[in-house]
Write a protein that binds this ligand. Structure first.
Ligand code: COI
Length: 362
């Protein structure tokens, strides 16, 4: 069996048996279970080799592999949604692939072609269509990633790379589900600086955020709210999502300064808000401005956006011992409208006027 959409057809080795009976679809967590198949492609001798889809399983790794020592790795996070028994929608795969390649360029990893990417996604979705969950709030999370796999201890650009795509049926990312999360600014830590790797989706950015995230969790907060590295004043993003502020009728989103991850859901949110007639500003926004807006009553809503998080209302922000509460402990009307519109398009309930959805006929 092979697909013909790619320059090189994808060789497919179907799994001999399915593990789907292990899945409790009524109690899905985030990223704990993986579809029966995975995509694999290896770069060596200066070129990507033949693409392959095979049963999900362990892979060969050697202790000297470059990625373990120097962290040369990138990943993406995207989702596919059950529409009906014949259709599964992948959301904005072109945008995800473009960002994947931008991350690769920053990390000196060879880029990949879109034809192979989309063909691999289609094949994985078709093969594992039964793994795509059907209830509200669930989706098939898709995780493409590439890592440096040359066995060589010198600290230099690898000559070999391994490219995989795995899938995972998921529920809500945060234990809060759709209820407001709480954020705290980190004490003495920064996420990224302009010119660094902040705008690339590279693994080390996340590893470096774990200690501040743990400290935030110990203080009882869901996530870290990152501020800029120079003045420790301007808001950048949250640990696993971008952030937005509704101040009166203006949607303010921290601008992409070079240290912020250019989120695909972030872009979707600002596009919809503009269409709906809101003032949309992508600019610097300081933590003092947010606290001031809270005090003078103009801060209407705060929410995060991300593939995993979707739209996540923020109910509390702590900074330097001071706290502000946002809203009434429930999701705000604007965030709810965004959530309904975005998920409506994703699940095929609302017409996709923007060409954001890639429908796979299964
Ligand atoms: C995503 O939203 O897909 C992400 O990549 C966040 C992730 C770290 C769970």
């Amino acid at each position: 069996m092979s697909e013909t959409l790619t320059k090189t057809p994808i060789k497919i080795e179907p799994a001999a048996y399915s593990r789907i009976s292990e899945v409790d679809f009524s109690n899905l967590q985030f990223g704990r279970l993986f579809g029966d198949h995975m995509f694999e492609m290896i770069f060596e001798n200066g070129a990507w080799g033949d693409p392959e889809i095979k049963p999900y399983g362990t892979i060969d790794i050697a202790p000297a592999m470059n990625v373990f020592h120097y962290g040369q790795a990138v990943f993406e996070g995207m989702k596919a949604f059950y529409v009906d028994e014949k259709t599964i929608n992948i959301f904005r795969p072109d945008e995800h692939h473009a960002r994947f390649n931008r991350s690769c360029r920053r990390m000196c990893i060879p880029e990949t072609d879109y034809e192979t990417f989309i063909s691999a996604l289609e094949s994985l979705i078709k093969l594992d269509k039964k793994w795509v969950p059907q209830s509200a709030g669930t989706a098939m999370y898709i995780r493409p990633f590439i890592f440096a796999s040359e066995d060589y201890l010198a600290a230099r650009i690898s000559d070999r790379y391994s490219y995989y795509i795995i899938t995972s049926p998921v529920g809500a990312y945060y234990k809060e589900g759709f209820n407001p999360v709480s954020l705290t600014t980190p004490d003495g830590f920064v996420r990224a600086v302009k010119g660094g790797t902040g705008e690339a989706k590279t693994s080390g950015n996340y590893a470096a955020s774990f200690l501040p995230a743990r400290k935030a969790a110990e203080k009882g907060y869901t996530q870290v709210l990152w501020l800029d590295a120079h003045q420790n004043e301007f808001i950048e993003e949250v640990g696993t999502m971008n952030i937005h502020f509704l101040i009166n009728d203006t949607l303010v989103t921290p601008e992409l300064t070079g240290s912020v991850l250019p989120g695909i859901t972030r872009k979707t949110v600002t596009a919809l808000a503009e269409e709906w007639g809101y003032n949309v500003e992508e600019r610097k926004i300081s933590i003092s401005e947010v606290f001031e807006a809270s005090k003078n009553g103009t801060l209407k809503e705060v929410f995060g956006s991300g593939t995993a998080a979707v739209i996540s209302p923020v109910g509390l922000i702590e900074h330097n011992g001071e706290k502000i509460e946002i809203g009434t402990g429930k999701i705000g009307d604007f965030a709810k409208r965004l959530f309904d519109e975005i998920t409506g398009i994703q699940y095929g309930r609302i017409e996709d006027r923007h060409g954001w959805v890639h429908a796979v006929k299964v």
